[in-house]
Design a protein around this ligand. Structure first.
Ligand SMILES: [Zn+2]
Length: 308
């Protein structure tokens, strides 16, 4: 799996990535956001803005400057994580644009405990879109048309947006060139994520413009690489359980030996997402619901049938 970590964020300045599409990177770099969140401006006359980004006066000013006085009709949100949706409220106030997304933040599954609530600190709980789009929903603007592709996995309400007739897909945090995405319960789901990779494999987009970092230039090969990468990780986790590991921190310590310990919390959630999927598929067992501190064990082999 080859990741592309070449990226110049050009904070405060729009970078034209394609004719009619420019990218403005928010100043919120971190191990999770790479150089920061990408906000895209689509159109020449009346604009669509995709992922306004985190609460930031500087970024709001930069977006408004980048519009160069052109009206904004719609603000699209790929998903309700705090690095993508919060600035929508103030941008809407300033431009009068309508916000468009799948829906409010929600977990991928029923929340089982208050512990799970606490883990969801990355969610923007206040965002409510003016227009709700389901899979296949389309908004036509002034010289552009954007279609929603339901892509849950990183976040339950994640949408990618296809720029109709161009082969360009705004892939949000589902597929990014610089890194794999985080799939962390409760709003993330590994089974959903894998299905969403397959969903994009059915399409023939020629380039992805992600929520962080630079473009994905050969999407099909990249998707196949991501799928193989997750399958490899799944196998490694299953082998740790078969070999006697029972707790997530032990599995993380073994599998993420070379990863920055600051990321071990996120790695633990990713292992949890895999284990939840492995339990659902009957390959691993635990008592009760799957939690971050559950004890895992290999699924019991069916006992041989004895013939009396
Ligand atoms: Zn993000």
């Amino acid at each position: 799996m080859e990741f592309d970590t070449e990226f110049a964020p050009a904070y405060g300045h729009p970078v034209e990535v394609l004719s009619g599409v420019s990218r403005l990177t928010a100043p919120n770099p971190s191990p999770f956001t790479f150089h920061g969140t990408n906000t895209y401006l689509v159109g020449d006359t009346t604009l669509a803005i995709i992922d306004p980004g985190p609460e930031s006066d500087d970024h709001l000013d930069a977006i408004l400057a980048a519009t160069a006085g052109r009206p904004v009709s719609h603000i699209f949100v790929t998903h309700t994580h705090r690095d993508h949706s919060p600035l929508a409220a103030r941008l809407k106030e300033r431009t009068g644009a309508l916000t468009v997304a799948e829906g409010p933040h929600r977990p991928a599954r029923a929340i089982r405990t208050s512990e799970a609530d606490r883990l969801d600190a990355s969610g923007d709980m206040t965002f409510r879109p003016d227009i709700r789009l389901d899979d296949g929903g389309r908004i036509e603007g002034d010289g552009w048309s954007l279609s929603a592709i339901s892509t849950p996995g990183h976040c339950a309400n994640h949408l990618a947006f296809g720029l109709d007739g161009t082969g360009v897909l705004f892939s949000g945090d589902h597929v990014m060139a610089w890194s794999t995405t985080i799939v962390a319960p409760p709003d993330g789901s590994m089974a959903d994520y894998m299905a969403s990779l397959d969903r994009l494999l059915e399409r023939d987009d020629r380039v992805y413009l992600p929520g962080h970092g630079g473009p994905v230039k050969e999407p099909q090969a990249f998707l196949r690489g991501l799928r193989a990468h997750r399958k490899m990780r799944e196998r490694a986790i299953l082998e740790r359980v078969l070999g006697g590991d029972r707790l997530i921190p032990d599995i993380v310590a073994a599998i993420y030996r070379t990863t920055d310990p600051k990321l071990h919390g996120a790695a633990g959630l990713s292992v949890l997402a895999h284990l939840e999927d492995l339990v659902a598929r009957g390959l691993v067992q635990t008592d009760g619901s799957v939690e971050i501190d559950s004890l895992f064990r290999p699924a019991a082999k069916p006992s041989p049938v004895s013939i009396a």
